[in-house]
Design a protein around this ligand. Structure first.
Ligand code: NDP
Length: 454
């Protein structure tokens, strides 16, 4: 068994060594999950709901411990990490209500009746990225368990600690052994095994579009069910009739939250030309006011990037001669820091404008009218998120309908809530997570005709 080091991105020190799961161990875990699921699907809806509520209570009781683990493992500011641990509890509670409400239909047919059942898929594999280890784990885990599936989670190699602890809390809450397992290790070993193993009936993957494409090809071999949440290059569109002060004050948080390591980051700000100068004047103090530093401090708003190699990849978008319009601050010394950075003007073909940077770098581009704003927003292979700032209700609705993205906000910088559907258009993914219909993605509908003729 080999181990790998988990590092603290704010100090570059080792937090812990973790044993990596081998392909053989993954196969054994899948075998345990298959056996456990047979019993789990027979647990009555009320009892399954009760166990999920106990799981939520366990998470709540250990919220501070989970938050501190995430600060050390991912460099998330402690305020954000506390919110993330709370989200795991909330998502479990939300889907704990589902088993008792999971009903099929009765359809009138000649000669009898037709009833539908929602059957669990079986074993679900969750491949989780490093940017939001707790929330993204919970978005797949909670509805999949509620629907009667067994779940195997593969956290990102760099950020396994909170998932491992949540796995222990599930057992502490009374979930039967094998119903929820966490397998730390490499994507190319454990993740790949979940994709390739015929007994895993569904994969939920969040991560890069490139790996998502490979996973889709792997799932195709088995016609395996798949949800993909992939990259983004979202637009933050500011019209001249908007509350420019508010749009500029919140724009940094729309992209620099989690140091820009967010698939929903609004990393292209599009501003109507007539208010561009005023917007830039207001944006400067807002960017410079972002508190970047020790993630353990309550006042910190932005921590480090996840790794040295990721910082290199982000820095490549800001070479010596880059058009840096505004630059915020970042600590010196150890840690993979990168200051909030605003680039303007940028060419529409420049990599900083076209590619997902996944760091605290944003571009500002002017537009003249609504049609041009929509054209710019849609001129990307991605379609995950975005914001529209305007004082006109009609324009807000027109533009929201025209922008090809799954999650938009009007006069607000955030659009993700666990009780509303989340997912992407175009190359940002397939399927939807969260919201009241999430169990549909973890069940198969079975149709049974019952003849009534004697
Ligand atoms: P990846 O897509 O490589 O990783 C995401 C998850 O997939 C990790 O758990 C990873 O495991 C796993 N994985 C990797 N290869 C395979 C495979 N062949 N089969 C099964 N699972 C696999 O993202 P990166 O961490 O490399 O980040 C690269 C870029 O991806 C970022 O810069 C960003 O642009 C984008 N990204 C987007 C995210 C989003 O939320 N949409 C989240 C994370 C990244 P392991 O940890 O072992 O590599």
């Amino acid at each position: 068994m080999s181990t790998f080091a988990v590092l603290n991105p704010a100090t570059e020190q080792q937090v812990r060594a973790v044993a990596g799961t081998t392909a053989e161990e993954a196969d054994a875990a899948i075998g345990r999950a298959v056996a456990a699921q047979r019993a789990w699907r027979e647990v009555s809806p009320g009892d399954r709901a009760g166990l999920l509520r106990s799981f939520a209570a366990q998470v709540d009781a250990h919220r501070e411990e989970l938050a501190q683990l995430e600060v050390a493992n991912s460099g998330h500011p402690v305020g954000a990490a506390r919110w993330e641990a709370g989200q795991v509890r909330d998502v479990l509670q939300y889907y704990a209500a589902a088993p008792e409400r999971q009903a099929g239909r009765q359809i009138p047919v000649a000669g009898g009746i037709d009833v539908t059942f929602c059957e669990p898929i079986g074993v679900v594999g969750l491949i989780v990225p490093w940017n939001f280890p707790m929330p993204i784990l919970s978005w797949g885990m909670a509805p999949a368990l509620a629907a009667g599936n067994a779940v195997i989670a593969k956290p990102a190699e760099m950020t396994p600690l909170t998932a491992l602890r949540i796995g222990e809390l599930a057992l502490g809450a009374g979930l039967p052994e094998g119903v929820f397992q966490v397998l730390p290790g490499k994507g190319s070993v454990v993740g790949q095994r979940l994709v390739d193993h015929p007994a895993v009936g569904k994969i939920v993957f969040t991560g890069s579009t490139e790996v998502g494409r490979q996973i889709m090809a792997g799932c195709a071999q088995h016609v395996k069910r798949l949800t993909l949440e992939l990259g983004g290059k979202s637009a933050n569109i500011v019209f001249a009739d908007a509350d420019i002060e508010k749009a500029a004050a919140t724009a940094p948080y729309a992209v620099f939250d989690n140091a820009g390591q967010d698939c929903c980051a609004r990393s292209r700000i599009l501003v109507q030309r007539s208010v561009l100068d005023r917007f830039m004047e207001l944006l400067e103090p807002a960017v410079q006011g972002v508190k970047v530093g020790d993630p353990a401090l309550a006042e910190t708003e932005m921590g480090p990037l996840i790794s040295a190699s990721h910082r290199e990849s982000v820095a490549a978008y800001v070479p010596e001669n880059a058009p840096v319009a505004i630059r915020g601050s970042a600590p010196d010394g150890p840690g993979w820091w990168f200051p909030p950075t605003v680039l303007a003007p940028v060419g529409l073909d420049s990599p900083a404008y076209t590619q997902e940077i996944f760091g605290p770098v944003v571009t500002v581009t002017p537009f003249d009218d609504e049609a041009e704003a929509i054209g710019l927003a849609n001129d990307t292979p991605y379609g995950l998120s975005g914001s529209i700032w305007t004082g006109s209700v009609g324009r807000a609705i027109r533009v929201a309908r025209a922008v090809q993205a799954g999650n938009l906000s009007v006069n607000s910088h955030s659009s993700v809530r666990y009780w509303t559907p989340f997912g992407g258009f175009k190359q940002s993914g397939l399927g939807r997570e969260l919201g009241p219909d999430a169990l549909d993605a973890f069940t198969e509908t079975k149709n049974v005709f019952i003849a009534t003729a004697d």
